[in-house]
Design a protein around this ligand. Structure first.
Ligand SMILES: Nc1ncnc2c1ncn2[C@@H]1O[C@H](COP(=O)(O)OP(=O)(O)OP(=O)(O)O)[C@@H](O)[C@H]1O
Ligand SMILES: O=P(O)(O)O[C@@H]1[C@H](O)[C@H](O)[C@@H](OP(=O)(O)O)[C@H](OP(=O)(O)O)[C@H]1O
Length: 516
């Protein structure tokens, strides 16, 4: 589906799902008003969004000077092109000054505060499904983490990049997605004593086995050991010896923790979310949180490993919401536009015709442009969720879902994921509905913009099937007076994320599949 941009005017009304973007220029307010009115009365004239990024509108203002890999001494804030004062993004992981975290492909541009980053406005038929009523999970009286104060202020997100890109050498730390060029580089390289390396997948992808013994040890071996943990008290020392798989996300973000726990690079706002969620009605749907752990000079959030209760699990990561970047990322991008060579390369790897002429000339694109392109290429914009990756029970792994956009494609992927097993589908459906009920009651949820968060689906051959919310690196507390319903269309400023709308759609799809 093409993404459209309203272009000076309105047209007839439309009930169907559509995407509207507009320029952030001097006519911003009236554009915004037009779009609001448009949803009620009329449909805007449309232009492909690609035209937002043509040279005559904006790109001529950019002068691309690709910054070569910088020495380790460069402060992170400079790496990201932010001054030390403008720090809306807490970086993930290491303490300030870590030499690990570098921006390699970020290109500085001339400062142009009025640089027109388009605003994406999703118009959608967001009539929610009628909610089935389920007993709410009991609100815990105590939590596993008790003493971390919650800030009342909006938390800054943990985006590695904001609009400036990942603060790590992309040669070493890659996003675990097919187009990001997965290689045998393991995100656990730094701790080979603790973990095994990566396994080559049949489709050429790799996933990570978080098993101390698995360098050269076939998975059957650890399985045996794991069984021993189940059956014999003498094998306690074999704890941690099961494979842990990171299906999506930034490579290098995880390490093994205690048995049944994993460590994710520390991010303050994610920590606050995990603490808040563990005190909320959503507690049964999020990983347990066990505080901050320091390992090899770096801080990590220790959380429950959601795979630990499963045997050779099948796993799916679904990124939720209609938007995958925060509003403040757009603001940042306008203030300090930065060209991303790596994102241009990821884009042309999927579709060589996707970049505008100007982007081709510059061989770089802005992050919001890339993120919007990803959203419209996949089902994010049209359904409010997208599949990021699937790992099947046989060990095969697929992260090639960038172009999985249509309902039929999603259904095929889901059918393949559950291997046609309707019992598992039914269990997922029940769990998704329970989650929706909890989300609709949750104090945490209504007071946070939840962007880039995923649902982790896990099942195994015993037909145990569960879903959890994960990844709160870009979950941001709203100002006290603001609340979201997570179903309204997003208009920049309202901070709606479409999370519940996406969940409604997911539930509809599972319902259809169960009834098939
Ligand atoms: N608590 C958990 N238990 C088991 N697996 C997990 C858990 N948290 C994350 N994972 C695995 O790690 C992957 C990435 O997790 P997550 O999305 O939190 O990482 P990230 O690097 O912050 O991602 P992103 O780049 O999208 O922000 C998930 O797809 C899942 O496979
Ligand atoms: O899946 P892809 O196509 O590889 O694209 C990445 C994906 O959109 C991530 O969500 C994003 O991280 P954040 O959500 O943390 O912004 C990352 O940005 P980054 O490269 O700036 O980290 C992108 O590169």
């Amino acid at each position: 589906m093409t993404q459209y941009v309203p272009f000076k005017g309105r047209t007839a009304a439309s009930d169907c799902l559509g995407i509207v973007a507009h320029r952030d220029d001097s006519s911003e307010t009236s554009w915004s008003e037009n779009v609001h009115q448009t949803r009620q009365n009329s449909q805007p004239l449309h232009l492909p969004i690609k035209q937002q990024w043509t040279g005559d509108t904006c790109a001529t203002e950019l002068k691309l000077t690709v910054t070569p890999p910088t020495p380790d001494t460069t402060p992170d804030s400079e790496q990201k092109g932010f001054s030390t004062n403008d720090q809306p993004f807490h970086k993930k992981g290491a303490p300030l000054g870590s030499s690990l975290q570098k921006e390699m492909y970020c290109a500085e541009t001339s400062d142009s505060p009025n640089y027109p980053i388009p605003r994406l406005i999703i118009t959608q038929d967001c009539s929610p499904n009628s909610c089935l009523s389920f007993t709410s999970p009991p609100l815990p009286e105590t939590t596993s983490v008790l003493d971390i104060p919650l800030s009342r202020e909006a938390e800054s997100p943990c985006s590695d990049s904001g609009c400036g890109g990942s603060p790590v050498p992309s040669l070493f730390l890659r996003k675990l997605s097919s187009s990001s060029g997965l290689s045998s580089a393991s995100s656990f390289e730094e701790s080979e004593d603790d973990f095994g390396g990566s396994d080559m997948e049949p489709n050429g992808l790799h996933y990570l086995l978080c098993s101390p013994e698995d360098q050269g040890v076939p998975s059957k071996s650890w399985k045996k050991l794991k069984n021993m943990v189940h059956w014999s008290p003498f094998v306690v020392s074999f704890k941690k010896q099961y494979p842990w798989i990171q299906l999506a996300g930034h490579a290098g973000n995880f390490k093994a923790g205690e048995y049944g726990k994993i460590l994710k690079k520390f991010c303050e706002s994610e920590q606050q979310c995990l603490v808040g969620l563990n005190r909320d009605i959503l507690r049964p749907f999020v990983p347990g949180y066990y505080g901050v752990v320091e390992k090899e000079g770096e801080n990590y959030n220790q959380m429950e490993d959601l795979l630990s209760e499963f045997d050779s699990p099948s796993i799916m990561d679904c990124k939720m919401g209609v938007r995958t970047y925060l509003e403040e990322e757009l603001v940042k991008a306008r203030e300090k536009p930065k060209l991303r060579k790596d994102m241009y390369e990821k884009m042309i790897a999927v579709d060589p015709n996707a970049p505008t002429e100007e982007e081709h000339r510059q061989k770089a694109i802005l992050k919001p442009r890339y993120m919007q392109w990803r959203e419209t290429l996949s089902s994010t914009a049209t359904m409010g969720f997208r599949i990021e990756g699937i790992k099947r029970a046989d060990g095969s792994c697929d992260t090639n879902f960038k172009k999985t956009r249509h309902k039929e494609q999603v259904i095929n992927a889901l059918r393949d994921f559950v291997d046609g097993n309707k019992n598992i589908l039914r269990k997922y459906l029940v769990r998704l509905k329970e989650l929706r009920t909890a989300l609709e009651k949750s104090e945490f949820f209504k007071s946070h913009e939840v962007v880039g968060s995923s649902l982790l689906f896990v099942h195994d051959s015993s037909e145990q099937a569960k879903v959890w919310m994960i990844d709160f690196g870009k979950t941001v507390r709203l100002p006290c007076t603001q609340m979201l319903n997570h179903r309204s269309p997003w208009v920049e400023g309202n901070r709606e994320d479409g999370y519940l709308w996406g969940l409604d759609n997911l539930i509809n799809i599972f319902t259809e599949m169960v009834q098939e």
